[in-house]
Design a binder for this molecule. Structure first.
Ligand code: ARG
Length: 442
């Protein structure tokens, strides 16, 4: 029974939040005349000592005391006697754990948010540096149109900015205090729930005691935000892995973020990126796991809910580590600018520019221009040359109206420079967007 019942093995992680909650509760009890002011100051002093004890690593955690709440309360009573036994007035472990866990998740949100901002900053810096450096843009992982390396970096800045938005939404919605809901029905003691809510930095007390002790939406929203963000990080990780593979060689990662092979001396394996890609699995697993725990639970608290903590702790750790590794890799990677430029123009990447020229200059309908361009691509492909290597006569054999000017749009630089539509890849746009982000993130 003890083994399945105890949560102290993992919920000790919330000791700071538990002590914070108890201090706020005791101060409120005294102010309301529910316990003596003298008892409250003994509780306050005792909890402070316990905090230093835990901090120093010599707190005697006891499995038989089940969880962090009872461990701390029992220790308090050991130290200060009768006054310690008054702390639990008008409170239950149900509202206590709900409060502690909210405080823990809120702290985690603040930590992760700062880390995401740091990854965004790293990406925006690389974007500013490479605002005008072309690289191949892909769809279906097939060469599509040239883009700039900076533009590609900023795509991830946008994703991560939405991740921060999700965290902010989650934080705003969760910021209500369950303390004082007691076991499930509220309490007969004249608590001031507004006072404890304020002391703990919540916007207000929760409005329904049954909901307050049995709601874990805040943890699920945190995990949803984590899962989506981890998915984003996995996409960047996957690109980093592809980009530093030998056939690509788009970027190089230093020894700091790669490992060697014990048998193949030439290997530089992008392990950090692979692990960021893989961590997505356990983070998504945590979300699905907790959704499954909560599904169908009748009101109010049930011990099932003790299974909420490990997935959240684990996902928070994995997310934080993935963000740190990603920030490190983004700052470490060295784009091979010459090679990126070379490949930006290969694979008929400027075919769309040719078609657009036919529309703009010869006033062909786009569908016709698309067809003409297709025939020119087929001709070049048959001769194993690039579009720009076709002669004017070749071009005119397909569309007599074509002039020498066509060659001006077939270069990679002309192609990216022409993509001036808002949000497009033109170097000026990219430089502006990078500057905007650097200012936002400064
Ligand atoms: N360790 C418990 C948990 O994490 C605390 C709440 C226990 N409440 C109870 N009525 N047994 O959920």
């Amino acid at each position: 029974m003890q083994e399945i019942n105890a949560s102290i093995g993992f919920d000790r992680k919330m000791w700071r939040q538990d002590i914070r909650g108890s201090r706020a509760h005791a101060a409120m009890l005294a102010r309301q005349g529910i316990i003596a002011v003298e008892d409250a100051s003994q509780i306050e002093a005792g909890l402070k000592q316990i905090a230093s004890e835990i901090e120093a690593g010599n707190f005697p955690f006891v499995d038989a005391l089940e969880d962090i709440h009872m461990n701390i309360e029992a220790r308090l009573t050991d130290r200060i006697g009768e006054a310690g036994k008054r702390l639990h007035t008008g409170r239950s472990r149900n509202d206590q754990v709900a409060t502690d866990f909210r405080l823990w998740v809120r702290d985690a949100i603040d930590g992760v948010d700062a880390q995401i901002a740091d990854v965004m900053l790293a990406l925006a810096e690389r974007a500013a540096e490479h605002a005008g450096d072309p690289m191949p843009g892909f769809t279906h992982l097939q060469t599509a149109q040239p883009v700039t390396f900076g533009h590609h970096m900023l795509a991830y800045v946008e994703m991560l900015s939405r991740d921060r938005g999700r965290l902010a939404d989650c934080r705003r919605r969760m910021n209500e205090c369950p303390l004082g809901s007691a076991a499930l029905a509220g309490t007969s003691f004249p608590l001031d729930r507004h006072m404890t809510a304020e002391a703990l930095g919540f916007n207000r007390p929760t409005a329904n005691s049954l909901d307050a002790v049995s709601d874990r939406d805040f943890a699920l929203e945190f995990l949803s935000a984590a899962a989506i963000s981890a998915m984003h990080l996995s996409r960047l990780a996957e690109e980093i892995i592809i980009w530093c593979s030998a056939p690509y060689r788009f970027i190089r990662l230093s020894d700091a973020y790669t490992t060697g092979s014990s048998i193949m001396p030439q290997k530089r394996n992008p392990d950090a990126a692979e692990l960021v890609r893989a961590k997505t699995g356990r983070i998504t697993g945590a979300l699905v796991g907790l959704l499954t725990v909560m599904k169908g639970l009748p009101l109010a608290y049930a011990k099932d809910m003790q299974e909420d903590k490990e997935p959240v702790f684990d996902a928070a750790d994995a997310w934080a580590l993935s963000l740190a590794a990603t920030a490190g890799m983004v700052r470490d990677m060295k784009p091979n600018v010459a090679r990126l430029r070379e490949f930006a123009g290969s694979g008929f990447a400027t075919a769309t520019d040719l078609a657009d020229w036919l529309v703009r200059v010869l006033k062909l309908p786009f569908r016709t221009a698309h067809h003409v361009t297709g025939r020119l691509v087929a001709m070049a492909e048959g001769r194993e040359i690039d579009l720009s290597q076709l002669s004017l006569a070749d071009m005119q054999s397909v569309e007599p109206g074509i002039t020498e000017a066509i060659f001006g749009v077939l270069t990679v630089d002309a192609s990216v420079a022409s993509r001036r539509s808002f949000g497009g890849t033109a170097p000026d746009n990219v430089a502006q967007q990078a500057a905007r982000w650097l200012q936002v993130l400064a």
